[in-house]
Write a protein that binds this ligand. Structure first.
Ligand code: CA
Length: 229
């Protein structure tokens, strides 16, 4: 059974989320303090974590960093205010998704499913290795090398890069990129793509002002730069 750990100090909210996630077939663990949440994560090894930003005991950001130090458990961060979402997006914590409150529990369940589906995707579908510029992207092994150096990308960053690089020159909207990596898209989450692109650029050492790889197409989205002929 798939286990989801909810770390959320608003008890009413954590109870509602627990009920919805249990109804969707998940095993649910709840912690109402940050330090207890991290302890639960360490002892129970849940399949994914739904993490609030502001928590007593230990901040959500510190918990996310702690988790990311040791593994890539799928992580969805929730925040109380849109201003916090901006702050979060700038922190590059490697979360797989971000959700601003207030949210509907139904949406949260859909996001949990999407993130888990992506993380647990069977790797049996044969897909060709993409070679472009100095990058080699292997969709079966989920590996990316840049001039033969392995890059450490999150599953979301990998999906975005593979989607863009498969069609150099094509412009993808944020919604299309969301769909490509999760199978489900909500307009409200489009800006999380910007955070993933920012992290990708930093890992590729790509300059957004003069990109070698990913170009911003203002008002439209992103595209992978065509190889110079
Ligand atoms: Ca809180």
């Amino acid at each position: 059974m798939t286990t989801v750990l909810i770390i959320e100090d608003e008890r009413e909210l954590s109870n509602v989320l627990r009920a919805y996630l249990e109804r969707a077939g998940y095993d649910v663990l709840v912690a109402n303090r940050g330090d207890q949440g991290l302890a639960l994560w360490e002892s129970k090894h849940p399949d994914m974590v739904l993490l609030d930003l502001n928590l007593p005991g230990m901040d959500g950001i510190d918990i996310a960093r702690k988790i990311r130090q040791t593994d890539d458990t799928p992580l969805i961060m929730t925040t109380a205010r849109v201003e916090e979402l901006d702050r979060l997006l700038g922190l590059e914590m490697g979360a797989d998704d971000y959700i601003a409150k207030p949210f509907s529990p139904r949406e949260v369940v859909a996001r949990v499913k999407a993130v888990l589906r992506r993380a647990q995707k069977p790797r049996s579908e044969p897909a060709a290795v993409i070679r472009i510029n100095d990058l080699e992207i292997d969709p079966q092994e989920f590996t990316v090398t840049q001039s033969s150096n392995a890059l450490d990308l999150t599953p979301t960053e990998f999906s975005i890069l593979a989607t863009l690089a498969e069609h150099p020159g094509w412009v993808f909207s944020r919604l299309q990129l969301l769909e490509a990596c999760q199978g489900v898209a909500y307009e409200g989450y489009e800006r999380s793509i910007d955070a993933h692109i920012k992290n990708l650029r930093s890992k590729l050492d790509d300059d957004s002002k003069d990109p070698l790889y990913i170009e911003t197409v203002f008002g439209k989205g992103y595209r992978f730069k065509k190889e110079a002929k």
